[in-house]
Design a protein around this ligand. Structure first.
Ligand code: HEM
Length: 261
């Protein structure tokens, strides 16, 4: 007879609880470090799931549900930022009790974080090539590298709403980074003036962009207070590298138009 479904069998609790394997000899804080990263990866998975859904909804001209989906993503992002508070209860000396056991492992190697950047249009070939060919991570990033971004989906949606988005933007190469563009800014100013529905959608995209930048800032500050100016385990200059990733919006046009409105 088939066994009845239980909480544990549905959620794979046994498997889940067997996935925390500290490398140190019983250093207390390593468990927190592992769990928090695993929780982040699960939320990254959910955010990607929702971002893909949001692109599809925009493709179907369903602005209402696209906005609803963005709202959910933003709520998750707030949790991601708040979670850094938990990590900040770990002092620099507590981190040092197991840091060398991380060897060259680093959040820098999170392919799901790169995938989120890719959906937002922040693409770099180096981020793809960092992962070994034939692996899951490489396959996912190669696929997303060629895929249209959320910004592409949004511009196409605006064109179908009747805004004169130039063909060059609609058919633009999705592997190229998004750059600020005066024509698009002119269109967005009209959106803000004429269309409450579409300007709300723009505001949610700004929330998303700001949310990611907030995470970057809080992560960079948490790193600075934990390891100071030391190099990262991933081989970068640590906080100095992270400070170069701040203040680089994914949707520059939506920021530029504030001055024009
Ligand atoms: C004590 C805790 C942490 C420290 C000291 C730390 C340190 C660092 C450092 C130094 C870097 C730069 C790359 C390198 O050389 O390693 C980095 C990048 C990164 N970390 Fe963390 N990190 C911590 C926690 C986390 C957590 C909980 C996450 C969540 C997944 C995370 C995600 C990332 C990501 C995604 C990057 C790449 C950022 C980018 O390239 O823009 N980190 N981290």
């Amino acid at each position: 007879m088939k066994e009845a479904l239980t909480y544990a069998s549905y959620l794979k609790i046994e498997e889940l609880l067997s996935l925390q394997r500290p490398r140190s000899e019983g250093e207390h804080d390593e468990t927190l470090f592992i769990i928090i990263h695993q929780v982040y990866e699960l939320w990254f998975k959910e955010i990607l799931h929702e971002l893909d859904h949001c692109c599809r909804l925009l493709g179907d001209d369903d602005a209402h549900r696209a906005q609803h989906t963005l709202k959910r993503i933003l709520t998750i992002l707030k949790v991601l930022v708040a979670q850094l508070d938990i990590l900040e209860t770990m002092t620099p000396t507590e981190f040092l009790t197991f840091r060398q056991r991380l060897e060259s492992a680093s959040g820098f190697q999170s392919d799901q974080f790169r995938a989120m950047e890719f959906v937002l249009g922040v693409k770099s070939r180096a981020s793809v090539e960092r992962f070994p060919e034939g692996g899951r991570a490489r396959g996912e990033l190669e696929r997303r590298w060629k895929e249209p971004t959320l910004w592409n989906a949004f511009l196409r949606y605006l064109a179908r709403e009747g805004y004169p988005v130039p063909e060059a933007h609609l058919g633009r190469d999705p592997t190229k980074p998004v750059e600020a563009d005066a024509v698009i800014q002119g269109i967005l100013v009209d959106v803000y003036r004429d269309s409450p529905k579409n300007s709300e959608l723009c505001e949610r995209l700004v929330d998303l962009d700001e949310g990611i930048m907030e995470w970057r800032y809080r992560h960079a500050k948490m790193v600075e207070r934990t390891i100071g100016a030391k190099r990262g385990t991933g081989g970068s200059a640590g906080s100095r590298y992270l400070s170069t990733t701040l203040n680089r919006p994914a949707f520059p046009d939506l920021w530029e138009i504030r001055t024009l409105l």
